[in-house]
Design a protein around this ligand. Structure first.
Ligand SMILES: [Mn+2]
Length: 159
């Protein structure tokens, strides 16, 4: 299955709209916070896709968890925005949280800088910001999950 991964859209949905309308075979959408009102936009316009969203440090409306564990095609994936796990200091908080929950992947945002790496056997994945990048252009992520294994890619052709 294929999931689009967004973070830090901060009220500008244009990148998400282009990505959703361009990538084929999408089965689910993940948003890693600082989604603001964009969660409503996703629900209204793309409600046919399962949406897994967590709240960021700029999200005050509630209705979504701050962290979550999801299971997609046998892969257990830890979702957080990142501000609760010290992501600006390194991967330690993400790795500990993922391992404690039996997850093979930790997805986060918050830094507005994409990252796609493996640390201590955990996939560490940040799609970057789809509207306010801090390095290069706007980005999003794609996860390709088969038999419990997560393939991952950062995409930078949004705008
Ligand atoms: Mn943030």
């Amino acid at each position: 299955m294929r999931a689009l991964v967004f973070s830090d859209s901060h009220g500008d949905v244009r990148g998400m709209e282009k990505a959703i309308n361009t990538v084929s075979g999408v089965d689910a959408i993940i948003h890693l916070g600082d989604i603001e009102r964009d969660v409503r936009w996703l629900e209204k316009n793309y409600g046919q896709y399962p949406l897994y969203a967590v709240l960021g440090n700029n999200d005050f409306y509630g209705g979504r968890p701050t962290e979550a564990v999801i299971e997609l095609e046998g892969a257990r994936i830890f979702l957080c925005h990142g501000h609760t796990r010290g992501v600006r200091r390194g991967h330690e908080g993400l790795i500990a949280a993922a391992k404690a929950r039996g997850c093979s992947a930790a997805l986060y945002g918050h830094t507005h800088v994409p990252e796609d790496t493996n640390d201590e056997g955990v996939l560490i994945f940040n799609p970057g910001s789809c509207s306010r990048p801090l390095s290069g252009g706007p980005t999003f992520g794609v996860l390709e999950i088969t038999d419990g294994k997560c393939g991952s890619a950062i995409v930078d052709w949004i705008l």
